[in-house]
Design a protein around this ligand. Structure first.
Ligand code: PLP
Length: 402
């Protein structure tokens, strides 16, 4: 370990609140394309992309110059005034959604928090108050009190009781459970279409279609959390397009501004009446800098066809991994859609594989002990996928031989 890294870790240990789980002992100085460079200038191929954030990879010239140009003009000016980039971005996202209204926040949790408030506000303003939010077991919706409560994993909420009330969890992909939980007291159903944080578990399309129908029948709003699945990750701009459903509210964050903090909720006209003037707000949300970055990301998406690319590269990547599985590597399943990929392992060696791959210069994620997770930038090439897959195969063999 070099002196610079040692000093960073010592400072962090002494001063940073001990809230995070394990951090890998590495610190990056800069990046370029699919690669990050650490304090010793060692290169790493980045297959986790800041957890689905660095959709354009690192230091993409169009994003860098848009941010620099906006920073030189106006970084922030508050939502007391009109913001040109915010209006343009709202129009673009609303039209990608198929018509709707947009509100900007600063993170995924804050976008989901806004979606929950919007859904409750909708029934309040209608004069028919409903509070109940139904979400799935093993879901992940964020770390604020309400979103941690919506999250279907008690480890995220138990220490922080008392929690907001009227949040109910049902097993994922279980239509009967959903139908018995959702009635005319239900305000909204909140779902991920592919559960990311619990190991890349896709919802069954027939289940999602039936849940959407049931919500309509009971008058409940459908909120789809696309914070991880959105921004083309699955090969569709929104994953709901692949499922053939239309949510009332969708949330985005992670990749939206390519690494600049931002979150967004998009609501159809009906659901958007949940906020009346003065009901919600944000100091930073949708500021000029974040919106300029998001517009630059959308420009690159259009120019480089990144949504289609995510689909093609995702198919290629999963083919390569499936062929490893068929050749007898310790892979039990390859899950996901587009460039959101989960690799099931036959033994609890995910952490071991992850640290061996780190030593070989690859950044990958793991969930629990038996799943590897890949969320690479959408600019990844076939050649890079081949290089990674060959080293993953070698590493799986090493671990199996021990
Ligand atoms: C990451 C994530 C969130 C939370 O986003 P933050 O920006 O960390 O608050 C919420 N929902 C899903 C599906 C996510 O993947």
């Amino acid at each position: 370990m070099d002196d610079r890294l040692k000093a960073i870790i010592e400072k962090d240990d002494a001063s940073f609140l001990r809230a995070f789980g394990h951090r890998s002992p590495v610190c990056f100085d800069h990046g370029n394309g699919l690669y990050l460079y650490d304090t010793e200038d060692k290169a790493y191929m980045d297959l986790i992309g800041g957890i689905a954030v660095n959709v354009l990879g690192h230091a993409h010239p169009h994003l860098v110059s848009a941010i620099a140009e906006q920073a030189g003009k106006l970084i922030h000016c508050s939502n007391l005034y009109y913001i040109e980039n915010q209006a343009i971005l709202a129009e673009r996202l609303g039209s990608l959604f198929g018509g709707g209204r947009v509100f900007f926040a600063n993170s995924g949790a804050e976008a989901n928090e806004g979606a929950i408030k919007l859904a409750r506000g909708y029934f309040y303003h209608k004069g028919d108050p409903r509070a109940r939010i139904v979400s799935a077991v093993q879901s992940f919706h964020g770390r604020t009190l309400a979103t941690a409560t919506a999250t279907g994993q008690t480890k995220y909420s138990a220490p922080f009781a008392p929690l907001p009330s009227d949040f109910v969890h049902v097993p994922f992909n279980d239509l009967d459970a959903m139908k018995s939980a959702v009635d005319d007291r239900t305000c909204a159903v909140m779902l991920e279409l592919i559960q990311g944080e619990s190991g890349v578990n896709p919802a069954d399309p027939a289940y999602v279609a039936a849940v959407a129908d049931w919500c309509r029948e009971k008058g409940a709003l459908l909120i789809i959390d696309e914070i991880q699945t959105g921004m083309g990750r699955t090969g569709h701009f929104f994953a709901f397009e692949a499922y053939g459903v239309r949510p009332d509210i969708v949330t985005l964050a992670k990749g939206l501004a390519g690494g600049v903090p931002i979150g967004a909720l998009i609501a159809n006209e009906v659901a958007s009446t949940g906020f009346e003037p003065g009901d919600h707000g944000s100091t930073f949300g949708g500021n000029p800098l974040a919106c300029a970055a998001a517009l630059a990301v959308l420009d690159v998406y259009e120019k480089e066809g990144l949504v289609d690319r995510a689909s093609q590269m995702g198919d290629y990547f999963r083919d390569r991994l499936e062929s490893l599985m068929l050749q007898g590597a310790q892979i039990t399943a390859v899950r996901g859609m587009g460039l959101m990929i989960g690799i099931g392992l036959d033994k609890p060696v995910a952490a071991d594989i992850k640290s061996r791959m780190l030593a070989k210069g690859y950044l990958i994620g793991s969930v629990g002990t038996q799943t590897l997770r890949l969320l690479p930038p959408l600019i990844i090439t076939k050649e890079q996928i081949d290089v990674f897959t060959a080293d993953l195969e070698a590493t799986l063999k090493e671990v199996a031989a021990e």
